[in-house]
Design a protein around this ligand. Sequence first.
Ligand SMILES: *[C@@H]1O[C@H](CO)[C@@H](O)[C@H](O)[C@H]1NC(C)=O
Ligand SMILES: *[C@@H]1O[C@H](CO)[C@@H](O)[C@H](O)[C@H]1NC(C)=O
Ligand SMILES: *[C@@H]1O[C@H](CO)[C@@H](O)[C@H](O)[C@H]1NC(C)=O
Ligand SMILES: *[C@@H]1O[C@H](CO)[C@@H](O)[C@H](O)[C@H]1NC(C)=O
Length: 667
Amino acid sequence: MHGFWCLVLAVLLHGVSSAPNQQTPLQGSVVQRPDSRRPLQGRFLHVTDFHPDRFYEVYTSTAEDAACHRGQGPAGMYGAETSECDSPISLINETMTWIEHNLKDKIDFVIWTGDSARHDNDEDIPRNAAQVVGSNEMMVQKMFEVFGKHNGDEDDDDPNNDYTVPIIPSFGNNDILPHNVMAKGPNTWTRTYSRIWRQFIPEAQKHQFEQGGWYNVEVIPNKLAVFSLNTLYFADNNAAVDGCASPSEPGYRQLEWMRIQLQFMRDRGVKAILTGHQPPVRQDAKTLWDETCWQKYTLWLRQYRDVIISSHYGHFNYDHFLLQDFEDLDEDTKRGRMEDSSEDNAPISATETDDVHTSVSSDYWLELRETWSDLPKPPKSMTWPEGESGVDVAQKKKKSAAKKERRKRAKFLSKIGGTHAERFAASFISASVVPNLFPTTRVFEYNTTGLESPLAHGRTKTPPLAQKGELNENDLDARKKNKKHRFKIPDPPSKSTPPGPAYSPQTLSLLRYTQYYANITHINNDFPSENTSDASAQGWNEGKHKGKKPHNKDHEPQPKKFHFQVHYDTRDDDVYQLPDLTMPRLVDLARRIGDFKPVEDDEMVRPESEALLSGESAMADKKKKKHKKKHGKPGKHTKRNLPWYTFMRRAFVETKPIEEIEEQFGH
Ligand SMILES: *[C@@H]1O[C@H](CO)[C@@H](O)[C@H](O)[C@H]1NC(C)=O
Ligand SMILES: *[C@@H]1O[C@H](CO)[C@@H](O)[C@H](O)[C@H]1NC(C)=O
Ligand SMILES: *[C@@H]1O[C@H](CO)[C@@H](O)[C@H](O)[C@H]1NC(C)=O
Ligand SMILES: *[C@@H]1O[C@H](CO)[C@@H](O)[C@H](O)[C@H]1NC(C)=O
């Protein structure tokens, strides 16, 4: 125990390792990077869930017992879209090549949120440690091919200088064996990854990484740090740990490390981006974290809302986002005490542990919408999130009316936590590279105003440790005796601190993200006539080509050139139209998505009456009519319902036919 905290302190004292001094001339509007690594571009890349699979073979079966390893079936050159097969190496290679050609020089750092090994989904070829490690080493090699400096000094003393940009990987639940289960460190896995990721983990944090698999990197020294969290210690299906209440749990320690680090960042004026694999999903239909971890983490988000810019996760494969509501914090949590995880020793259901894939029922989405439908609507007299420009209108009215308007606005603002919506925090969840839907990747843009300031040059002296002695052995021992563990509540932002970059547009605030996808149905070019078969969410998913006549094994694939295309951009988008990604914007988007109203027969968008489709079977005809009666013309939505349908189409990366989306989510 003592050694552990010494290491935390050692890390604090050392700060980050320095980068070499290679001046790059300022170009255009790009900003000179304080550490002179190269000019800042104001963008970063998020990639996740590569799941490379060396056993993947083209034109094998996507059925559960084959997993694209054998048999005859529709498995394409660059993957079997919408199936539960893993990624062929060709997809990994082409994805990295595309990143090299299109993004490499346009980004400042890479967040890479885990799962760089195949799933344990084939009984005939069980995974072993060598494969899982080898697969991860291969992905590091691919990163090096694209982002390596290749300047010949890879073997020098400072491995943190071998890349043109910082790369921040994190543990996925499939990066270890058996999947999902990681005991307290140091252990074989934390040691192994300390070696595999030696070029990414700052030297001074190496020992601490071996303790728990978490670390952070100052991607812009003295300005911006990226935290890599080991969410395996928060996950409620990790049978080797038990939540975050007890000081002996690695989840507790990770949160203590986060608290100390975030406080340290606050003291130095550094902002933070949090990254990890499993997102803090917490719904009846799906919960991924132990509640004790969720409670503390969310309290940290609230207390450090002046420091934390955003959080980014993978694992879930569906493109979406979550709002964490600080009103979901328990009274006990807010008072700094917590009982051990209530599911203590509760048997984990077989489906939880055996479940290698993350499939969710439609309830998950409907529940999300339900929660968001409770978000209050701003009064008409108020333009929000722009500001309170309704005041003038109100002033022109009678005094009493103006008073009423003001009261309405005050009520609205109190519900969302004021003009900056500080009742919430957001988690961005990216879809995967593995084509459970289509392969995706995303690029965030952030505000670099002022980062070129000469003041940013050079390293500021590490300040004295304010946190020293905050947690000592006696405290820990005392806690063990209580049923309720006491913990230190992080300080809130000081009263004089303005809202942080997550809440009001400023330097380092996120401005937008651009979502990319590769339409591998088109690129694989195996099934020219599009034919969708409905893929059920239950059990193994064989994908959209299930039942189609596949090519023979000896067929020569005729793929088109692999590329990603823009799926949508949160700013240049007809529906989302987000000027930036600060909380008022996100809360407003969530409210618009939640504001769904099922279309009634009498008010549905009636299509022009069409000559009814001759030549089709009576059955299909009837089905179409029924669908039409219920939902209107497929894909035609009221203005009010457009945000919801758009959100759902994007969640499934446009792989789900709109009729199915309407059928499943249109009520
Ligand atoms: C993928 O790239 C590696 C080099 O990183 C190469 O050795 C391998 O042959 C490539 N495989 C495929 C299927 O393209
Ligand atoms: C970027 O940050 C600057 C400085 O805080 C601010 O003035 C500006 O409005 C921000 N830009 C955007 C587009 O939000
Ligand atoms: C993907 O490609 C297929 C085949 O070309 C096409 O039918 C389908 O509409 C495309 N989907 C998207 C979302 O672009
Ligand atoms: C498309 O689906 C229909 C019915 O599901 C099937 O009869 C037909 O053979 C399929 N066409 C192709 C090209 O796979």
